[in-house]
Design a protein around this ligand. Sequence first.
Ligand SMILES: NC(=O)c1ccc[n+]([C@@H]2O[C@H](COP(=O)([O-])OP(=O)(O)OC[C@H]3O[C@@H](n4cnc5c(N)ncnc54)[C@H](O)[C@@H]3O)[C@@H](O)[C@H]2O)c1
Length: 255
Amino acid sequence: MGDRLAGKVAVVTGGCSGIGLATVRRFAEEGAKVVIGDLDDANGERIADEIGGAYVHCDVTDKDQVDAMFATAKEKFGSVDIAFNNAGISPPEDDSILNTDLDAWRKVQEVNLTSVYLCCKAALPYMIEQGKGSIINTASFVAVMGAATSQISYSASKGGVLSMSRELGVEFARQGVRVNALCPGPVNTPLLRELFAKDEERAARRLIHVPMGRFGEPEEMANAVLFLASDESSFITANTFLVDGGISGAYVTPL
Ligand SMILES: NC(=O)c1ccc[n+]([C@@H]2O[C@H](COP(=O)([O-])OP(=O)(O)OC[C@H]3O[C@@H](n4cnc5c(N)ncnc54)[C@H](O)[C@@H]3O)[C@@H](O)[C@H]2O)c1
């Protein structure tokens, strides 16, 4: 147990699995009160009990549910200091633009991009009133690099998250609110495993481009999010925070 987030209240979306779950646990270890928003009610209640936080059933594409989630943080724990807007999907129907229909496109845009708009819109008034706050939106390394193994709506949604985070970081910098985009490289979570279970060759093709030669672990993302959430990163805003095993810096990777 540490105290790097002592006295702070955090909202984490997608907190029942993968990067979100590791971050919920890391935040709690460092003294934060955490409100988890997710669709996974069975696990949500259990995890909230485990960390002494709260669980709210929240579909991040629904404005009323998102507003209620942030209101819960304020009412139950007294403030909204940190928003980790992280829920996202990567369904197999989202593929090359040639094979991706409009429904698949729209679904990913709603869950990955509109959700971040809704969460930022809900969190900002609390933070502006407090004169402080840290928002971290989960984008991806695919927001800054192109892949021939395309998921066109996913990549476009993450580009949107990155630009939105940058713009909000600039707009609200003088009101004490920092907004950064976490850009993970490929991370060993159910989301990635589901995608690659379909096609092992596709997984191997991606791994080749990571200089470290492995996928990241959720805990490695959580440590980066903890830094961005805490006052240790007080001069960092509107940032493209790449945590990617070197992938975005590489041209030729080690054998
Ligand atoms: N895993 C990777 O390689 C990787 C790489 C870059 C970026 N990301 C991003 O990181 C974030 C987390 O990914 P992960 O790998 O931990 O995924 P995950 O599938 O392990 O967890 C995602 C969580 O989001 C929840 N969720 C899904 N749709 C939701 C909705 N509409 N409302 C509320 N909750 C919802 C799920 O129930 C789940 O608990 C996503 O935004 C993803 O795009 C992941």
